[in-house]
Design a protein around this ligand. Structure first.
Ligand code: NZQ
Ligand code: ZN
Length: 381
C-alpha cells in the first residue's frame, strides 16, 4: 500500500429539501452570486426555483449565466467568467449535472484572472485563488460534486481534458435525489455507466490496497443491484438516492486511497468520442470499456478475472468482459459506436484515430501505443 493523504473539504448536504439551506450558506461567502445552469432542465425539475428562492430569502443578489452545454466548452466558461468579473460576483453557484458543475469550477477559477480557463488546463498558468463555488446537483454520474476536478472541451484544438486543483473543491454541494427523478432513461443509464467506470478506473489503477478494492467492488455491486431497478422505476426517490450516493462515492477520492493512481485510459478514449461526435460521456464509456478490457485481457488476465469473481461470480477474463458488456446493454447504453448513431465508415475510424493521437490517449498505469489505438478503434466500430 502507498503512502496517502485524505483531504476532502467539501461539505455535502444530501437528502430531500437540502437546497433550502443554500441561501444562508451562500450569504456567508458574500452578497452577489452568479447562478450557472444548462439548457433549461433545471426550470422543470424544481431545482432552479428552490435555489433561487433560497438565495432570495437570504437577500442575495443573483446574476445568471445559462446555456452550458453537455460536454462543456472553453468558450462558454470564458464568457461566463468575463460576465462574472464585470459584475463583481462573490461566488459561483452551479445548478445542474456534471457539465454545469465542471464549468462553474472553471468559472470560479477564471474570474480572478484575465486569461482563458484553458491556460490552467494545459498548465501554462497556475491558479492562486478562486471564488467560492457551490453546486446543486441534478444528475447522478460524475462525482464532480465532491472532487476537485473538472473536464472541459476545446473544439479548436480538438481536445477534451481534465484538470484538478485543491482550489476547485466545491465549498458546499447540495444533493437532493428528488431533482434527479426527471433525468430521462438514456442519461440515467449513462450516469450508472459513468459511476461504474470511475470505480473501474480505480480498480485498474496502479498499486495494491485491498480495502480500497473492496470499496470499489461495493460501489459497483450497489450500482448493479439498484441500477436496473431504477431503469424500471425512474421516479423512485429511494432508488435515485441509492444511485446518487454511489456516484458521489465513486469519484471522491476513496477509490484511490493507497494506490499510486487510477488508470483513466478509458476516459481518455471516451473524451475523444466527445470531441469528435459530442457523444454523452457515459455512453462513450460503455463503448470504450469493453474494447479496453478486450485489449488488456491477455496482459492483465488475473486482474480482470478477480473483478469478475467479485462482481459477477464468473471466473475468467473473457466472461467478465461479456458480463460487463451485457450489463451496459441491459441498461440500454451503447457498446458500439454504431449504436450511438455514428457512421461506421473508414473515414470515421481515421478521424477517431487522429483525435486519439491529438489527445494522447493513454492510461496513467496501462500505457497505450498507436497499435493499441488501432485495435481499440477496430473493437468499437
Ligand atoms: O442542459 P440541461 O438542460 O441541464 O440538460 C442536461 C443535459 O442535457 C440533462 N439534465 C441534467 N439534469 C437533469 C437533466 N435532464 C432532466 N432532468 C434533470 N434533473 O442531462 C444532460 C447531460 O448533462 P451533463 O451535465 O452533461 O451530464 P453529466 O452529469 O454526465 O456530466 C458530463 C460531463 O462531466 C464530465 C464529462 O466529461 C462531461 O463533460 N466529467 C466530469 C468529471 C469530474 N468533474 O470529476 C469526471 C467524469 O469522468 C466526467 O469526465
Ligand atoms: Zn466519467
Amino acid at each position: 500500500m502507498e503512502n496517502f493523504v485524505i483531504y476532502n473539504p467539501v461539505k455535502l448536504h444530501f437528502g430531500n429539501g437540502v437546497t433550502g439551506k443554500l441561501g444562508n450558506i451562500a450569504a456567508s461567502f458574500g452578497k452577489k452570486a452568479m447562478l450557472v445552469y444548462g439548457k433549461g432542465s433545471v426550470k422543470t425539475n424544481g431545482s432552479y426555483d428552490q435555489a433561487v428562492n433560497s438565495l432570495r430569502s437570504a437577500d442575495m443578489d443573483i446574476i445568471e449565466y445559462a446555456g452550458i452545454r453537455p460536454n462543456p466548452v472553453v468558450e462558454d466558461v470564458d464568457e461566463a467568467a468575463q460576465l462574472g468579473r464585470k459584475e463583481g460576483v462573490d461566488m459561483v453557484v452551479a445548478v445542474g449535472g456534471g457539465s454545469v458543475l465542471d464549468s462553474a469550477k472553471y468559472i470560479a477559477l477564471t474570474i480572478p484572472v484575465n486569461h482563458s480557463c484553458w491556460d490552467f488546463v494545459v498548465g501554462d498558468k497556475k491558479p492562486r485563488e478562486a471564488l467560492p463555488m457551490m453546486g446543486v446537483l441534478t444528475l447522478a454520474a460524475t462525482g464532480s460534486e465532491m472532487n476537485a476536478v473538472a473536464v472541459v472541451q476545446n473544439n479548436n484544438e480538438k481536445k477534451k481534458m481534465g484538470y484538478g486543483h485543491p482550489l476547485m473543491f466545491p465549498k458546499h454541494s447540495f444533493l437532493d435525489p428528488g431533482f434527479t427523478c426527471s433525468v430521462p432513461k438514456t442519461h440515467t443509464a449513462y450516469g450508472i455507466v459513468d459511476l461504474i467506470a470511475h470505480a473501474l478506473e480505480g480498480w485498474f489503477g496502479d498499486g495494491d490496497a485491498s480495502l480500497t478494492d473492496k470499496f470499489i467492488v461495493s460501489i459497483i455491486r450497489e450500482a448493479m443491484e439498484y441500477g436496473p431497478k431504477l431503469m424500471k422505476d425512474l421516479t423512485s426517490y429511494t432508488l435515485r438516492a441509492k444511485i446518487m450516493y454511489a456516484a458521489t462515492m465513486a469519484l471522491n477520492g476513496m477509490t484511490a486511497q493507497g494506490k499510486r493512481s487510477g488508470d483513466w485510459g478509458t476516459h481518455t478514449i471516451g473524451h475523444s468520442m466527445s470531441v469528435l461526435w459530442d457523444i454523452p460521456h457515459g455512453a462513450s464509456l460503455s463503448i470504450a470499456f469493453p474494447a479496453w478490457l478486450s485489449l488488456q485481457k491477455k496482459r492483465i488476465p488475473n486482474r480482470i478475472r478477480t473483478l469478475g469473481s467479485a462482481v459477477f461470480d464468473v471466473h475468467n477474463a473473457e466472461d467478465t468482459i461479456d458480463e460487463l458488456k451485457g450489463f451496459f446493454e441491459q441498461l440500454g447504453s451503447p457498446v458500439r459506436l454504431a449504436q450511438a448513431g455514428i457512421t461506421t465508415d473508414e473515414k470515421a475510424q481515421e478521424d477517431l484515430l487522429e483525435v486519439m493521437r491529438i489527445n494522447k490517449v493513454s492510461g496513467l498505469h496501462h500505457k497505450l501505443s498507436h497499435e493499441d489505438h488501432q485495435y481499440l478503434v477496430s473493437q468499437m466500430f
